[in-house]
Structure formats: C-alpha cells, structure tokens
Design a binder for this molecule. Structure first.
Ligand code: SF4
Ligand code: SF4
Length: 253
C-alpha cells in the first residue's frame, strides 16, 4: 500500500474502541489504534513530520536532525519475555518503582468466546513536539538538536514533576535515588551506550524476537528507514491526536 493511500484511510483513534478497552488503555495514559486491536490504520503523517519534509519519500539531507535516531517496534513479534526491560534496568540503573520501557498487555477477542494476549512494548516516543519540553520551567528536559533524542539534564531538574503531568504517554517517573532525585526517562541509552560508540540500545540488543529496531531515520540504508518506508507496510504511532508527533513507530512485520 502506498503512503498516499494510507493517508486517505480513516484514523480510528480511540473513539471507536469499545469503552472498556479504551478505559483500560487510558488508565495507563496510553491509547492505541485499531491496528493493535486487529483493525486498520493510523496515519503516516507523523512519519513525514518526524522528518520535517512534505514528500512521501523525502530527499536525502532534508531531515530535522543531523543524526535522527528513532525506534521501530515490530509489535506482533513481542512474546512478553521482558528481557528488554531487564537489560534497560541493568544498563540505566532504573529503580524498581520506575521504568524507562515496559510491556503492556491487552486481551484480544479472537471469536468463539476465546481471547488471546497481545503485547505492546512502550517507551518514551522522543516526540518531535514534546509537551514535556514545553512545560519544563528550567529546560532540564530538552530535545537534542543533533540527535532528536528528548534528553534530561538532571542537574537542572527541580522535581516539580510538571513534565510527568504533561507527557501523554506516561513515559516518565521520578527517581528518588539519593543523590539523583530527578525525573528520569528513556534516552535511547545515550549516556550509557550510544554516545560511547555502541550502535544498539540495551533493549534492542537484548530482545530475542527482533521486536526493537533502533537506528537513524535519516540514513536510507538503515533498517528503521527501510521498515518505515516499505510500501506494503502499515506504520502507526501512539495517540497522534495529542499533537506531540511521536518519533517511535510501530508495525506488524
Ligand atoms: S513520550 Fe512523553 S516524555 Fe517522551 S518526548 Fe513525548 S511527551 Fe516527552
Ligand atoms: S525482549 Fe522483545 S520479545 Fe521480550 S518483551 Fe521485550 S520486546 Fe517483547
């Protein structure tokens, strides 16, 4: 299917989900599209906006960030082993009461009175219009101009938690650790791995099912670029109606 055709399809949003399902997702601060629940499509507009271009196939060099990091999640491959989460906790010293990434579970009706579990890995979406950044009074959280990663400068965090309230995805927690006491969230393992020359986040490296694909959206030879631009793939983001322009994408592949 072509991107132009996808965009003509209706965005199901959350309005058409059964109210009980909607409640359960919204309880987590998340809502997902009909794709996740076996329906159709969410728009690809965010893919374009993430790249700061208007064409379906952006020309090389016209990207928002010199190194535009992103993650594509092959959602249907997730088996809920949580190795990604364990690797993240270990690598980034995430305390037991918080998470930088986790797995949501939903039961899907498969007919005949039967249900099956569906798993959905979630993390910070590194939004291109991040509400968390907009509301932070001290610029402790900011969108990095080189990488597009939404970062935390913990020394500037005053613990007001305004960013936590503003994030539509519940992607932040407050780290109470002595000597830290600041909001924390996924930063694509920037300080622990990527800035040191590693090419994979801890979660992507640990996943045995190949769910998490991390890479550069401005590199046409990268796997993330190819997955997002595959003409026959449906790509979706979480809750596009927030206007945050998520920079983490989902496909079934
Ligand atoms: S998902 Fe939440 S924490 Fe991450 S950039 Fe978007 S608004 Fe900020
Ligand atoms: S490691 Fe991969 S398969 Fe296991 S829970 Fe995480 S995303 Fe799912």
């Amino acid at each position: 299917m072509k991107i132009s055709e996808l965009e003509k399809l209706e965005n199901e949003g959350t309005d058409k989900l059964p109210s009980e399902e909607r409640r359960r997702f919204l309880k987590f601060g998340l809502a997902v599209t009909g794709v996740f629940l076996g329906g159709s499509v969410l728009s690809l507009t965010s893919v374009r906006n993430a790249q700061g271009v208007t064409g379906a196939k952006p020309a090389t060099g016209k990207f928002s960030y010199p190194k535009h990091y992103t993650m594509v999640l092959r959602q249907n491959r997730c088996i809920d082993c949580e190795r990604c989460k364990e690797a993240c906790v270990k690598t980034n010293h995430v305390p037991g009461y918080g998470y930088r990434t986790t797995i949501m579970e939903q039961m899907r009706d498969i007919g005949g009175g039967k249900t099956e579990p569906v798993f959905m890995p979630v993390l910070c979406n590194h939004c291109n219009r991040p509400p968390c950044v907009r509301v932070c009074p001290t610029t402790a959280t900011y969108k990095d101009k080189e990488t597009g990663i939404v970062m935390m400068a913990k020394e500037r965090c005053i613990g007001c938690k305004t960013c936590m309230a503003a994030c539509p995805y519940n992607a932040r927690y407050f780290d109470e650790t002595a000597g830290v006491r600041a909001v924390d969230k996924c930063n694509f393992c920037w300080d622990t791995r990527i800035s040191k020359g590693e090419t994979q986040t801890a979660c992507a490296e640990a996943c045995p099912a190949g769910v998490r694909i991390f890479g550069l959206l401005n590199d046409e030879s990268s796997k993330v670029y190819k997955l997002i631009h595959a003409p026959d793939k449906k790509v979706w983001v979480q809750r596009p109606e927030t206007g945050a322009m998520p920079n983490v994408f989902y496909i079934n592949d």
